[in-house]
Write a new protein. Structure first.
Lengths: 282, 290
């Protein structure tokens, strides 16, 4: 079987509508780079509303239905031959969370919260200590001459130098975060080295952050170029059978010009309002 | 305002326009850069290459559309490598926004490899596990019985009880999965390391957004991760290793020029700052005339 891509699961008209909506909302969000404006605000509010709606819908259909409803009333759908009554106690415990809406019974919400915190801490603490503390500490206890059979001496020396850097780095950064004693003498030297190493790490993090943000821009530009572009007579190919025609280009141009006109009008009105506000202040 | 002060007050909109331009041009005319493969990326590739055909690889899509430009190319490349190497693929998600991402990525790559003549069958070679809430509870449950955590699964749009799929005959617990690759935009790789790796001894690899990659290097050092892909560069490196340049690689031209523009503006701003400070100091030291 040759599964269809998601876009082909819908009719061309619905696909086109979705792509147009995505393109206009993308441009609306990027209009913030020029200045805050009502079109940006509209897109932002749509995003918040749609996200909240999506989460509620998916949580209901992918959590409440398969975890509570189907085990009780449609067990075959979840691969069982009889109802699973054991889901009732946790479901009731979960429902108690909603008692927060009723002041007199609000204290009942503490019961599921107690269970979540107790079970969560019980599961998480030993595992976290093992995985994030003991294992990490033991990984800093490394040989300064990690020689293996068949390895060249030079390679072992380089490995040793890397391990030395690791040990010195860990100790220096720990010195920086040791605040019970003044950073003078040997502790001061260690702390100074520690802050340099931290600065290098922050620099690398900033570089990665730049890469991540540019990646997001690339993602949006690719969408505009490869998905929306063909619909308005631009882009690399006529995608998904939605052939570009002159009227598409004209409609796209008209909509973009209308958006631009709205922004210019907003800009002028904002500029006109500014002197009035200044006069009132005076 | 002298030139040094102007350098510190460049209109930010000019910077935005320049970055947009240098990022957009390579998308229209993509270059073919040769990347130096970083060891953490190669480790993931080599690990999968060394697996026996028929081994099961689980790919966990813990990201939503907002991180797709960075993580989708990784997903496509890894699924492609698995299917062409005759490895079995399970796609899953612990993140509510990942459910569409996993299905879309699996369908896309399956369609591509089938068009290239690779014979893959839904339910035997790949399977789509549904979203399950609970993060750590899901991983702990997989350590005991995957079939209990996932009572049903889907292949080619058809949902069946999990035991009915031939692929799941090979998988009972997390230990039957040769590698779990977590593609994430949140801290789920830490959770896989803690519960899947430390508790059950599962092999974990991660593909994360570039912002997060620094947080996961310590897990490479401690060998809690078998490898790590970081951001779009990690994805592009993987595509190069596979010999199938795709959307990750095509984005690297924009990355290169975008970075150069940002470095140029950082340098200009700093030159302006230090020169203006020096000029101000000189002006303060100069003897007053008259």
């Amino acid at each position: 079987m040759d599964p269809a891509p998601v876009a082909q699961a819908f009719s061309p008209t619905v696909t086109a509508l979705g792509i147009w909506l995505g393109a206009l909302l993308t441009l609306a969000i990027y209009s913030f780079l020029y200045r805050d404006n009502p079109i940006y605000k509209l897109a932002e509010h749509i995003f918040v509303g749609v996200s909240a709606g999506y989460y509620v819908g998916v949580t209901f259909w992918d959590t409440a239905v398969p975890k509570i409803w189907q085990p009780l009333f449609d067990p075959i759908a979840v691969g069982r031959d009889r109802p699973d009554w054991l889901v009732i106690p946790p479901a009731l415990l979960g429902l108690l969370i909603f008692t927060r809406f009723f002041p007199r019974a609000a204290w009942l919400a503490r019961l599921p919260i107690c269970f979540i915190i107790g079970a969560g801490a019980g599961v998480a603490i030993p595992t976290a200590v093992q995985a994030f503390v003991l294992k990490q500490v033991s990984s800093t206890m490394v040989s300064l001459y990690p020689h293996e059979a068949g390895q060249k001496v030079a390679q072992s020396l380089i490995g040793g130098a890397q391990n030395l850097l690791l040990i010195v780095g860990v100790i220096a950064v720990l010195c920086y975060f040791y605040f019970s004693k003044a950073h003078r003498g040997a502790l001061g030297v260690g702390a100074r080295l520690g802050i340099w190493l931290l600065m290098i790490a922050f620099g690398a993090t900033f570089g990665n952050t730049v890469m991540a943000r540019i990646s997001l821009l690339i993602g949006r530009l690719r969408f505009l170029h490869e998905d929306w572009g063909p619909m308005v007579g631009l882009g690399p190919e006529m995608a998904r059978g939605l052939h570009a025609q002159p009227w598409r280009f004209a409609v796209a141009g008209a909509i973009l010009l209308a958006l631009l006109a709205l922004l210019v009008r907003y800009e002028r009105r904002a500029a006109a309002r500014q002197p009035e506000a200044t006069e009132v202040e005076e | 305002m002298n030139i040094w002060e102007r350098l510190q007050r460049i209109d930010r909109r000019l910077i935005f326009v320049l970055i947009a331009a240098v990022v957009a041009v390579p998308l229209i005319w993509p270059p073919q850069p040769q990347l130096q493969i970083s060891p953490p990326t190669r480790q993931v590739y080599d690990f999968l290459e060394k697996l026996e055909p028929g081994s099961v690889v689980a790919i966990c899509f813990d990201y939503g559309p907002s991180s797709a430009p960075e993580l989708d190319p990784m997903a496509y490349a890894i699924i492609r490598q698995c299917l062409t190497k005759r490895l079995k693929v399970l796609v899953m998600t612990l993140d509510i926004t990942g459910k569409q991402m996993k299905t879309h990525a699996l369908n896309r790559v399956v369609r591509q490899v089938q068009q290239e003549g690779v014979k893959v069958v839904g339910g035997e070679d790949y399977l789509d596990l549904p979203y399950q809430p609970g993060y750590s509870a899901v991983v702990l449950g997989m350590g005991e019985d995957v079939h209990k955590v996932y009572p049903v699964a889907t292949a080619d749009g058809q949902q069946q009880p999990i035991g009915a799929w031939p692929l799941m005959g090979r998988v009972r617990t997390i230990r039957d999965i040769a590698l779990i690759v977590d593609l994430a935009s949140s801290n789920t790789p830490s959770m896989w390391v803690a519960y899947g790796g430390s508790r059950f001894g599962a092999k974990i690899a991660a593909g994360v957004t570039a912002v997060m990659v620094m947080d996961y290097y310590p897990f490479l050092q401690s060998k809690q991760l078998v490898g790590l892909l970081g951001g779009m560069k990690g994805a592009a490196e993987y595509e190069q290793l596979l010999g199938k340049p795709s959307i990750g690689m095509s984005g690297m031209g924009g990355q290169r020029w975008g970075h150069l523009v940002i470095i140029a503006f950082v340098l200009l701003g700093n030159i302006g700052y230090f020169a203006a400070r020096r000029a101000a100091r000189r002006a303060a030291q100069a003897p007053e005339v008259g």
